[in-house]
Ligand binder design. Sequence first.
Ligand code: CMP
Ligand code: CMP
Length: 306
Amino acid sequence: MDDLPEKLVNKHRGPRASVSAEAFGTWNQKGAFQPKVIAKTQEQKTAISQKLNLSFMFSALDDKDKGVVIDAMIEHQVKVNEVVIKEGDQGDCLYVVDSGNLMCTKVFPGSDEPTFLTRYQSGDAFGELALLYNAPRAATITANDDCLLWKLDRETFNHIVKDAASRKREKYEKFLDTVSVFSTMEPYERAKLADAFKEVAVKAGDYIIRENEDGNDLYLLQEGKAHATKTIEADKPPQKVMDYKTGDVFGERALIKNEPRAANIIADTDCLLVSMDRHSVKRLLGPLEDLLMRNFDLYEKFTSKA
Ligand code: CMP
Ligand code: CMP
């Protein structure tokens, strides 16, 4: 398969192709890898490292692999209005934004006009799809102002980043389809959530969240059942206020309201969860905040009298 999975680029088009990590052309296969070392100052290395830590795609790399990526990166300066990636072109690198802003647009079938898709800022990475799926560039990226970018070549990406990144996106593809709160998201944006996921396993009876503690993570229940309890009256045990099943989301309230945890979440069975930290939630789920707040009225019915 040489084409980008349609599912990722346009949810309005026909039947969906699945995302296959096996779909690499022969020229994309692993051979003897010679790490590239592009001379850099220590300051530049530190700056890149900080950006990579912000970028979900690189977050799982260990220090050694991160070092190989940093050594291979090439500085790439662009001027305002410059087109960095053109839809339909062949692609042989991805970019990480050091400074400046860029926008991503795409011309969808049946339209002559580009549709605005997203904006990129410091710490964001783009241009990975052509490398992950051996496909032409799926969108156009244009600089909104003068930008400093770091460019990573296909070979280093393939050897160091690609397997983990494509495995992770594939792994969560089906699960993400079951999370109703994400159903309004662009398929590409939804697939990208997987980059930020951390897997959490708990045993039946474990507390996933404790009432009144500080909270930094939102959770999605992948497998198992759980419930929420809350202290309604100070001298009485917490009462059950909610049940959770596969595809449900909880732990959003503390992040959105900047308040301590408002309930306990306890596993009824062994559970597999994924968590997203505050930074990822803000960056990737910002546009969904209204949807994530849809249960807040319901919560009010169980206001603590403690
Ligand atoms: P690539 O196809 O290599 O080049 C264009 C990039 O635009 C693409 O990788 C993604 O990094 C980015 N992009 C952002 N939003 C979308 C989208 N909805 N569909 C496809 N690509 C997108
Ligand atoms: P948070 O306050 O971050 O952590 C506890 C979570 O329990 C909370 O987010 C909600 O996702 C969930 N919850 C379920 N029922 C209630 C409720 N009645 N009041 C508050 N939070 C609730």
